[in-house]
Design a protein around this ligand. Structure first.
Ligand SMILES: Cc1ncc(COP(=O)(O)O)c(C=O)c1O
Length: 423
């Protein structure tokens, strides 16, 4: 069992100066190495979310550190209107990993910023104001991205131009069968387009929902979205900030389902812990927008970000990580299937590549918020850091691409032990 003495003392003395924007975990971390992090009390933890899903090659990855050091010694930042060779190379590298005619990229800093930018350009392109988003979607918490997150329910004030549609969900959240749920969702979507199609600038969606419950959206549904967008002149934006950049076993999820959006946003994995995101536009859309609406942001097309992106792409290619993520994803999924098979209190193991999750059984554990907090703290005591979404009902796993079989075993045994804290 881990002891937290120094962490608790320091937190008690100093936390009053930090704005409490969220719940902060107790251990104060000092350093990381691979998938492990170490706190100031000398405890170690398996970090199953690679920071906030960003550290895809693990903590303190020396080849990455080297790239950062080299670029810092050259040039890390320029004025927004000035480029370096690294930026031109990174944009070309992005075109090399995207499909269709998604060939034009702008680099920004966070996922929210990328979505904000994509929506801004979609409105300019269509000269419309509406955005169609999903009730379980998470696109960030800046103004437009917030308006399309979770059906706009966290937008302050509510953004009126956002239309929310239900996410097709095969995990019986409405006690429907997958087929009934899907066909109802498809009808609902068609009717929204029928009613509002000519006022909507863009549909923004995650092809695999992250914070909303770790749910892959069915292929048929995505194909229908593409078809309706084309029919009504609406731009389709895929937010692959969480699921993209190799995590799900291909560069981007849309490449697996053969649906090509008009813009793709990416973030997290592409920066290996550094704040970099991107919007990639199709040639068709870019042609109409370039030299019209300008975009300026302090960290737009930074050379350091560009050098990092090129390194991440090269490492994924060289180490064949798309293939190994698919294989490791299966190992991770079978570990959580085993855990869920051993208890009725945990259920719905699922995953696409290294984006996996399982739920708490909220029919048995009706006080699921507290039960989930208990499970997470037992996991922490057993040396594993996990995150929960959907008010604690879903536990998500988005580890480093270099997670090992032993680490997957460690997750399994920590889960088996921690489930004893439930009920
Ligand atoms: C799918 C998705 N889009 C956008 C964002 C927002 O990214 P950021 O927190 O970097 O602004 C997130 C963050 O979790 C995300 O998961």
């Amino acid at each position: 069992m881990n002891k937290l003495v120094k962490s608790k003392e320091l937190m008690a003395a100093k936390r009053k100066y930090l704005f409490e924007a969220t719940h902060y975990a107790e251990p104060l971390l000092e350093r990381g190495e691979g998938s492990m992090v170490y706190d100031i009390d000398g405890n170690n933890y398996l970090d199953l979310n690679a920071g906030q899903f960003c550290l895809i090659f693990g903590h303190n990855y020396e080849p990455f550190n080297q790239v950062v050091r080299n670029q810092l010694a050259k040039i890390c930042h320029t004025n927004t209107g000035t480029l370096t060779p690294e930026i031109l190379k990174a944009a070309e590298d992005m075109a090399g990993i995207h499909g269709g005619d998604l060939h034009k990229t702008i680099f920004l800093s966070t996922g929210s910023e990328a979505n904000e930018c994509a929506l801004r350009f979609a409105k300019a392109y269509t000269k419309r104001n509406g955005v169609l988003a999903f009730d379980r979607a998470y696109h960030g918490l800046t103004l437009a991205s917030q308006g399309s997150t979770m059906g706009g329910q966290y937008a302050l004030p509510i953004v009126p131009q956002t239309f929310s549609v239900k996410t097709p969900d095969k995990y019986h959240l409405d006690q429907l069968t997958a087929e009934e749920d899907l066909s109802r969702c498809m009808e609902d979507l068609e009717s929204k387009f029928h009613q509002y199609g000519d006022t909507i600038a863009a549909v923004i969606m995650e092809p695999v929902i992250g914070a909303g419950g770790m749910l892959p959206i069915p292929k048929e549904y995505l194909k229908l979205v593409r078809e309706l967008c084309s029919r009504y002149g609406v731009l389709l934006i895929f937010d692959e900030c969480q699921c993209g950049f190799g995590r799900c076993g291909n560069w981007f999820v849309y490449q697996d389902i053969d649906v090509v959006p008009d813009m793709v946003t990416s973030a997290k994995a592409m920066g290996m812990g550094f704040a970099v995101s991107a919007v990639t536009f199709s040639e068709k859309v870019a042609e109409k927008l370039e030299h019209g609406l300008t975009h300026f942001s302090s960290h737009q097309n930074d050379p350091l970000a560009a050098a990092i992106v090129s390194f991440v792409i090269e490492e994924i290619r060289e180490k064949d990580l798309l293939k190994s993520n698919a294989v490791k994803g299966k190992q991770l999924l079978s570990a959580i299937e085993e855990v869920c098979g051993a208890t009725q209190l945990l259920e719905n193991p699922r995953g696409v590549g290294l984006m996996c999750a399982f739920d708490i059984n909220d029919r048995i554990l009706t006080d699921y918020r507290n039960e989930s907090a208990r499970f997470l703290s037992a996991m922490q005591e057993n040396g594993v850091l996990l995150q929960a979404v959907r008010q604690g009902r879903t536990f998500r796993l988005l580890p480093s691409y270099y997670i090992t079989e032993q680490e997957i075993e460690k997750l399994k045994s920590a889960c088996m032990e921690s489930v004893k804290a439930l009920g």
